[in-house]
Design a protein around this ligand. Structure first.
Ligand code: ADP
Ligand code: MG
Length: 344
């Protein structure tokens, strides 16, 4: 019998490295393969970018609290987020679903209502997909396609020492929204007569159930004449994404806890759950904000834009990724919450 290695030993990113290491490029048009938010393909006078993400029932969503329309919307949006993370414009999507007969035609129609809403808002075209049956839960896989002028493409790997690290919007909200939904689910399971207490959590629930991709950020940056030196979207939590930028750019970095943008509602709910809002921001995930770096000389162009917060800077190649705590202590950043294989 051959050896058996448990998936959790490698983790998600270790597994991706493991399966991709034996593949080499055959096509000169493959500009960037595995390892960024989207693959980059030479399409003549432009680059085409392609990204796929899958949502699995019981892993990424729970139909007890995620309405199907929102789920369809979110499935598209999380994929568009990866396209914008390349500084590209999203143009088309394909949508594949694996579905059981537990669902009705009306339920599928709800799902596609959300998909259509996202397509209309972000001006992308649904151009194909696949439909199959599932004996387990619902699975939705979306592939998003985009385009970008060749000199405007931004990778995770382009940062230089002293570049400023910037994040759009605020962080940790989607995670706290999920905590509220999970709490109410448990209450409901124990006593279905109790109405869920969801009042006062509008912002964080929307962040979790109906996130938006930051198409507007790409637009602002173009208007300001700022091209990020590196960029990634925040899907797995700030800590994990910072480590990706650090590794891809081959540089250390410092961020400052006191600079992390957190909404008041996120802050309050985190406190109620006995965690710091920084923990939610660093390890929560699903914020779908853009995390990027800019040259210091571009600081004046972005500093008055309320959507952007400078949270730190890149350091030299011999350093690691660190966070400066509020009391001045410096901690190495460790990714948590990204290993789906050992999550419950
Ligand atoms: P993101 O969080 O931006 O969606 P991922 O962490 O899912 O990115 O993926 C990182 C990289 O690994 C991407 O280039 C993605 O296309 C690639 N990748 C992920 N899973 C696989 C797989 N099973 N086979 C080949 N490439 C994969
Ligand atoms: Mg991404």
């Amino acid at each position: 019998m051959g050896n058996r290695t448990e998936l959790e030993k490698l983790g998600e990113f270790g597994l991706i490295d493991h399966i991709s290491k034996d593949f080499e490029s055959h096509q000169p048009s493959t500009v960037k393969g595995i390892g960024d938010d989207a693959a980059v393909i030479d399409a003549g006078d432009k680059y085409m970018v392609v990204s796929t993400d899958m949502l699995v029932e019981g892993v990424h969503f729970n139909l007890m609290y995620a309405p199907l329309m929102h789920l369809g919307y979110k499935a598209v949006v999380v994929n568009l987020s990866d396209i914008y993370a390349m500084n590209a414009d999203a143009t088309q999507v394909t949508v594949s679903i694996a579905i059981s007969n537990r669902f009705s035609v009306e339920a599928v129609a709800e799902l596609y209502k959300g998909i259509k809403k996202a397509c209309d808002l972000y001006k992308v075209d649904l151009v194909g997909g696949d439909t199959t049956s599932s004996h387990a839960g619902l699975i939705i896989s979306v592939t998003a396609i985009g385009e970008v002028k060749k000199d405007e493409i931004v990778y995770r790997s382009g940062a230089s020492e002293n570049d400023l690290i910037v994040v759009s919007g605020d962080l940790g909200g989607a995670y706290m929204g999920l905590q509220v939904l999970e709490r109410e689910k448990e209450v409901y399971k124990e006593n279905p007569n109790i109405q869920p207490e969801l009042e006062g959590f509008d912002y964080i629930l929307e962040r979790q159930l109906k996130p938006e991709a930051r198409k507007d950020v790409i637009h602002f940056l173009k208007e300001m004449g700022v091209k990020p030196t590196s960029m990634i979207d925040v899907s797995d939590g700030l800590a994990s994404e910072l480590l990706h930028l650090s590794k891809a750019s081959g540089l250390g970095l410092s961020i400052y806890d006191e600079k992390l943008p957190v909404d008041q509602e996120t802050f309050n709910v985190a406190r109620d759950f006995n965690i710091t809002s920084s923990t939610a921001a660093l390890n929560g995930g699903e914020d779908y904000e853009l995390l990027f770096s800019i040259k210091q000389s571009d600081f004046d162009k972005i500093k008055d834009n309320k959507h952007f917060t400078v949270i730190g800077h890149f350091n030299d190649k011999n350093s690691v990724a660190t966070i400066v705590e509020r009391n001045g202590t410096i901690q190495e950043i460790k990714a948590q919450g990204w290993n789906h294989f050992n999550k419950d």
